[in-house]
Design a protein around this ligand. Structure first.
Ligand SMILES: Cc1cc2nc3c(=O)[nH]c(=O)nc-3n(C[C@H](O)[C@H](O)[C@H](O)COP(=O)(O)OP(=O)(O)OC[C@H]3O[C@@H](n4cnc5c(N)ncnc54)[C@H](O)[C@@H]3O)c2cc1C
Length: 451
């Protein structure tokens, strides 16, 4: 391959801060808002013009499994604040608190067509949200917290001194510049900063896993979700036939799901065999899902009640990437931990499973956010330290917000104590997470009560 050498240049340092967060998806919002509220001078860099990552630009509009089927809701904190704020402006649909854990047939009937709302005949807290309203809500949260926001700014690489990350170089219309942070948090989803930091990462993913598949999500407007549900119930075989025709179009799965409105549905899809780190594959997916999308609409309109007058409302402005680089952290969360429900003294999140078969709640340790050998860096969101199959089950939006909150506070505590992010007082971290609404394992709480 031919190569050309770029000349070295000095970068303008446009800002120095306590906590530098790169990537404003679910994890980045959790990290930046939490750090700023805790008093840190915080910068958030995002490559696009809006906040929310997959949850807004990716049109991934479902916050699933925030509770595990009982009356208690395990995922609270920042993610619940999204929901509370959306509720105030009519931007979310979800069961009421009183309905959580219910097995009442009338309540089940109300929610059973909403994916992930009823699991094992119990109602869970899951939320369909309006992505445009969420962009506004996240702007408000970031602004009110006092985060210094840089949109249209693409974090390019970690700036390092020895084994310490001291900030990032980023590109924008103003050219290449630098921001320095006492702690940098990689919340790019794809681990873009980890990749150049010297902290190791793993990237391989079993191609069968959900996380290995790309998507270009789109929405159909002027549909009737209730009419579609009635059709699915009364004509399951006919619906199966239509689904087969749709899958045959591109040889990958596409499926319509509800939204927060009866007249809009989102079409999720799973494109196998393409990497979200390959420009060629990203381009292929953008072009080819759009080709199929028009035929999907036509087949649905011709064959499926509820879609007769449907039109393509929009496509996601961000390509759907479910799994990518993952940090080599002080602890690697694995499928064994999933199976055994491993308990951790440094648990920073308690996650309900998305599978019917897991009885345990998953505890995620703080050490999965901390690199093995590099200082001044944390990673949160889907790039946390984990094996592929475990990551596949623990990288949902509510999970990533929770990891972000822990990373944001971890960075603040490290700075306050003048210690490495790996030496943070974990009990203090857990206390502060709990104080801001996070639900942590009972064992952690009991240990603290004894202390
Ligand atoms: C099609 C699809 C369907 C899914 N379905 C669901 C679902 O129903 N419910 C659910 O909870 N989860 C679902 N997921 C998974 C979930 O959306 C992601 O795992 C989650 O959003 C990850 O959050 P994150 O903050 O780690 O990363 P992301 O959401 O990817 O956010 C990363 C952010 O960083 C920005 N960024 C990236 N690189 C850079 C850079 N170099 N410089 C600056 N900014 C950068 C991005 O623009 C983005 O804003 C789905 C994912 C996909 C793709």
């Amino acid at each position: 391959m031919k190569k050309i050498r770029e000349s070295a240049r000095d970068l303008k340092i446009v800002r120095e801060c306590d906590v530098l967060v790169v990537g404003a998806g679910p994890a980045g919002i959790g990290a930046a808002v939490t750090a700023a509220r805790a008093g840190a001078d915080t910068v958030l860099i995002e490559r696009y013009g809006h906040l929310g990552g997959m949850a807004t630009g990716g049109l991934v509009i479902l916050l699933p499994h925030m509770s595990s089927g009982g009356q208690r809701q395990e995922i609270m904190g920042n993610c619940q604040e999204w929901v509370d704020r959306l509720d105030r402006i009519g931007g979310a649909v979800h069961p009421s608190r009183r309905e959580l854990g219910s097995s009442d047939p009338a309540v089940i009937e109300k929610w059973r067509h909403y994916f992930s709302f009823v699991v094992n005949d119990r109602v869970r807290q899951s939320v369909y949200l309006d992505p445009e309203l969420l962009k506004c809500v996240l702007n408000d949260m970031v602004e009110e917290a006092g985060v210094n926001l840089y949109l249209h700014s693409w974090g390019c690489r970690a700036l390092t001194e020895g084994n310490r990350v001291i900030g990032v170089a980023f590109e924008s219309k103003e050219g290449r510049q630098a921001i320095l942070g006492r702690v940098t948090i990689d919340t790019t989803g794809d681990g873009d900063i980890i990749a150049s930091s010297g902290a190791g990462y793993e990237g391989s993913m079993d191609s069968e896993l959900r996380s290995a598949q790309l998507a270009l999500v789109f929405r159909l407007g002027n549909v009737d979700f209730r009419a579609f549900c009635a059709f699915q119930d009364s004509n399951p075989d006919k619906w199966e036939e239509t689904k087969k025709k749709i899958f045959a179009l591109g040889k990958f799965r596409l499926a319509p799901f509800p939204t927060n409105r009866n007249d809009v549905m989102w079409v999720n899809n799973w494109v196998p065999g393409r990497s979200c780190l390959s420009v060629e594959d990203l381009t292929w997916t953008e072009v080819n899902v759009r080709k199929i999308m028009r035929e999907v609409r036509d087949i649905l309109a011709a064959e499926t009640p509820g879609f007769e007058k449907g039109f393509i409302l929009d496509t996601a402005s961000q390509l759907g990437t479910r799994g990518s680089r993952r940090l080599k952290g002080m602890y690697r969360y694995t499928m064994n931990d999933v199976k055994n429900g491993t308990e951790f003294d440094d648990a920073i999140a308690l996650l309900p499973s998305l599978r019917k078969t897991d009885e345990n709640l998953f505890q995620i340790p703080y050490r999965t956010l901390v690199p093995q050998n590099v200082e001044g860096l944390l990673a949160a969101g889907r790039c946390f330290s984990s094996d592929g199959p475990a990551n596949n089950l623990t990288n949902l939006i509510p999970h990533c917000v929770a990891f972000g909150e822990a990373a944001g506070l971890g960075a603040v505590l490290a700075n306050e104590a003048g210690v490495s992010v790996r030496d943070v007082d974990v009990q203090a971290l857990q206390r502060r997470l709990t104080a801001q609404g996070a639900v942590l394992p009972d064992r952690v709480k009991a240990a603290k009560a004894l202390a």
